[in-house]
Design a protein around this ligand. Sequence first.
Ligand code: FE2
Length: 491
Amino acid sequence: MAENSNDGLMRTLSAATRFESQVLDCDVIGKIPADINGAFYRVGAEWFYPPKFADDAILNADGYVSSFRIRNGRVDYTGRWVRTQRFDRNREAGRQLFGYYRNPFTDDPAISDPQHPNTRTVSNTAPLVHHGKLYTLKEDGLPYLIDPLTLETQGTWDAFGTWKSETFSAHPKLDPLTGEMVSYGYEANGLASDDLYIATLNSQGRVSDSVTVKVPYVSVIHDMALTHRHVVIPFGGYVTGMERLREGKIHWGWDKTKPSVIGVIPRGGSARDMRWFEGPERCMMHTFNAVTEGDKVILYAPFFDSNFFPFFPNVDGAPFNPAGARAFIRKITLDLGKRGNNWQEEILWPMQVGDLGKVDPRVLSLPTRYLYTQFYDETKPIDRAIVGSAGPARPSNCYGRFDLETGQLDTYFAGPTHVLQECSFVPRPSGQEGDGYLVGVATNYAEDRAELVIADAQRLGEGDVARVILPFKISQQVHGVWADARELGLG
Ligand SMILES: [Fe+2]
C-alpha cells in the first residue's frame, strides 16, 4: 500500500472533531437522579494526524479521553487527547511518524527506538479506575495515568515498578469482593513473543502475584474473564510473526485454520496449572463475565463467528467476509473435572448483538443474572433519510438487558435518529445486582451532536430519565467506565 499523501483523508470512522473541550453545566433534558454522583469516563480514537497508510486500522488512531462529571443533577463535560509519547513526537514533527498498527518496521526513519512499545502505544481503548487512580489503556503498551478532574495526561504507569510485561491489557478485571485487579500482558517480552504474563494487583495497585506462560500460538488476547477461582483467557484466529512484520504488513492476519483457544488457570496458580481448551473458528474479542460452578467454568461472551475487523486481512488472500462478523451471546462451558478438550457452546439469544457488553460490576467474577449490551432492533423505527446516509449500516439503536434467569429481554430505544455507543452500568448505592442506571453516549444525527442518555436499568422500556446535551459530536468511544465520586475523591 502506498503511503497516504491525502491531507483531506477522513481521520476517523465518522467526521473528525479533533478539538479539546469543556462544557460546564450542560443542558439536560429530563431529570438526572439525585443519587448519581461520580463520573462517566470514556476513551476512543481518532487521528490527530492522518495515518501514514490509508488502509491502516482505526485501532492505531490517537487516544481521546472524555468525562461526564455528574453531581446534584448537574453535569460538566471535558474532552482531551491522551498525550502519549507518540502524540508528542508527532506534534513535534507536525506529521504522522508512525506506520501500521503495531508494526514499527513501517515507521518513519525519524523514529530511532521502534522496539519499545510505549513509544508507539496510543492508549485509545479503555479507561480503568483502580486504587483511587484513573488510567487509559491499550493492549500494546503500558497504561497512562490521567488526572480524573482535568484529564491531563501524567505519564505511563508500571504498578510502581512491579509490573513485568511490556504490555498491559485494555480489559483487566476488578474483583468486587477483594478490591484486587487481575490483568495480563500478551506479547509480554517483545514483538510477537509467545509470553503471556498474568498478574494480580492488590488494592493499592501493586503486583502481589504473577505467572508467565507460553501461549499455543501468538494471537490477539483482547479480553479476559475472572471468576472467584479462575482466570479465563480467550483468543483465536488472528496470527502474527516477525516475518510478516518485517514484510511491512499490519500486525494481525486472520487464519481460519487456527483453533479458538480458551486458557483457564487458577488464580494464583503456576504455569503448569494452565489448561488450554480448543473450539471452533471464532473471533473472541469481549466477555461479559464468567463463573466457576464446581469443576465447571462457565463463560458468557458476545463472540463473533469469524473475523470482525476488515483491516486485518485473511492470510489465505480471501476477501473479508462480512457475514462472519456477527456476534451472538454465547455460553461456553469448560469442565475442569474431565480430561481433554470439552468445549461446549450454546447461543442464548438468536439475535445479533454488539460485542461491547457489560455486567453490574458488583457481580463481576460471581454468579450473574443480567447481561447488558447494545444491538440493532430492526423493528424499531429508524429515520433512514438521516441515519442511513451518515451512520452505520446496522445502527445500534437499543440497549438490552438480557436476563439469564428468565430469558427475557428488556429494551431501551434511543430514537429514530440516534445511534448508541457502548453502555456502562452505574450501580445504585446499597442496591442488589441490576439496581442502577445504564449510561451511554448517543450520536444524534438529526442535530449533529452527542447526547449522554441515562436510563433506569430496571425500567429500560420506559425510556431514558435524562439526556445530557452537548452542542457538538464527540470522539467515538471504544470503552467507558463509571466511577463513583468516592473512588477518585471527586467530592
Ligand atoms: Fe475492548
